[in-house]
Ligand binder design. Structure first.
Ligand code: SF4
Ligand code: SF4
Length: 433
């Protein structure tokens, strides 16, 4: 059963009008109910409303629209309807693949000034079809002498590269504390840019410790969109005591506090974008179909999208084959075969995958940014992006050289997954400094 034509042909970006925050939320709730009913009847998707465990069926909580082969979800209070699979990562796809992705219904694209081929390529591809694409990009204001002027100048630069007169979502990149977004000079920049119509919504990306960073931002009422690292390893682990038995523990979402982040996003109607959705392994290569017709990549996407707090899953679509593979997960539910595949993957990789929870950093007497350093190693060694790894390392160390690791093992003791350890910091420094 398809949706009524006026819904199918409405702008892919949803309502374009910017309404006062309270109106927006009230409207969005009415719209949520209407779209939810349509989704329940017309789409028949099942989206989990709580922690989705491997082996559990997701309860139905529809808040979706289907248009053609793509499924769109509401991006929180923005009321934008975003494709549940979207384009992100660095580098950006080649223009031909990018255009194909847009033609096939992907309408949300996230980038950053620092991403290879990022804003310039998006500007090139979206020029002439700007109204059907929702663009999110970011700035990195941490060492700006005048953050208000710096964030405004960065936005002007992004607008030029993106060949547009407005950004749909303008983000602070990699917030590590609530004040990175809430500080008065940053808020002043966002207010001015919103007033001038240069940005529509305010966002952040958060790599580390989302429980402590994001929940206060959601509660502040000032944040519209959060881009958060989120993948099957966010909800599943092999505890150190279970390594020998290879037992996968699948209630980690609740135990880690991430479930409270998802719940808070829903409660405060903040649009949640999942990044690092392929976490856990090497750069994606199209896979042989397996396990009930799904690949591991498709199972990972389905796991992320089984959380109804998530509006869209970012993916790097670096080839037609990867695009095809990822689109194969759209509108599909997690099957027992997918769950078995994911369980095996978690069993194999758990001790190598940093969940970016920040526990090691909090325990480290030198306060070394261990999760960010591990991220650099992943970019370099698993994703074969040495230049990007060096760039992120430079950003981490821009304020000055990092203190030496005292080899105290506090990080190893704090890490619930057996990932952190004394050698990691020096290894990163050795190859990237
Ligand atoms: S071993 Fe090094 S990185 Fe780990 S907690 Fe101690 S000082 Fe920090
Ligand atoms: S190394 Fe372990 S403790 Fe540190 S952020 Fe990653 S998962 Fe958390």
């Amino acid at each position: 059963m398809s949706l009524p034509q006026q819904v199918l042909t409405s702008t892919p970006c949803g309502e374009k009008r910017i309404t006062p925050a309270n109106d927006s939320i009230q409207l969005s709730r009415r719209e949520f109910v209407r779209r939810g009913a349509l989704g329940a009847v017309g789409v028949g998707l099942t989206l989990g409303s709580g922690a989705m465990m491997l082996g559990q069926e997701a309860p139905a909580t529809p808040r979706v629209e289907k248009r053609g082969d793509m499924v769109y979800r509401r991006l929180g209070r923005t009321n934008l309807m975003v494709s549940e699979l979207s384009i992100g990562g660095s580098p950006s796809p080649e223009p031909a693949v990018f255009t194909e992705a847009l033609d096939r219904g992907m309408n949300f694209v996230d980038t950053s000034a620092g991403y290879a081929g990022g804003e310039e390529r998006i500007g090139e591809v979206t020029e002439g079809r700007r109204d059907s694409v929702i663009i999110s990009t970011k700035c990195f204001p941490y060492r700006m002498a005048d953050p208000t002027a710096g964030v405004i100048a960065a936005c002007e630069t992004a607008l030029g590269k993106l060949r547009t007169d407005h950004l749909d979502v303008w983000c602070i990149h990699g917030v590590g504390a609530p004040e990175h977004f809430l500080a008065d000079p940053i808020q002043a920049a966002f207010e001015q840019l919103k007033t001038q119509g240069k940005i529509r919504f305010a966002g952040v990306s958060c790599h580390t410790d989302p429980v402590r960073v994001l929940i206060p931002l959601f509660e502040s009422g000032k944040l519209d969109v959060a881009i958060m690292a989120f993948n099957v390893f966010s909800g599943n682990t092999v505890k150190p005591e279970d390594v020998k038995a290879g037992k996968v523990y699948d209630n980690w979402l609740a135990d880690s506090g991430l479930q409270s982040v998802l719940d808070s996003a829903k409660q405060h109607d903040v649009g949640l974008v999942a990044m690092k959705t392929m976490g856990g392994g090497a750069l994606q290569k199209p896979d042989a179909y397996q396990a009930d017709g799904s690949t591991l990549a498709q199972a990972k996407i389905k796991w992320v999208l089984s959380q109804d707090a998530v509006a869209t899953a970012l993916s790097e679509v670096l080839s037609y084959e990867i695009l095809d593979e990822n689109l194969g997960a759209v509108g599909k539910t997690l099957t027992p075969g997918d769950q078995a595949l994911l369980r095996e993957h978690v069993r194999e990789r758990s001790a190598s995958v940093c969940r970016m929870c920040g526990a090691c950093q909090r325990a480290c007497p030198a306060k070394l940014p261990i999760p960010d350093l591990l991220r650099c190693l992943t970019y370099r060694d698993l994703h074969y992006k040495p230049a990007y790894a060096r760039q992120v390392y430079r950003e981490i160390t821009a304020a000055g050289p990092l203190p030496a690791c005292g080899a105290c093992t506090a990080c190893a003791q704090a890490c619930p997954h057996g990932v952190a350890g004394p050698g990691k910091v020096e290894q990163t420094r050795g190859v990237l400094a």
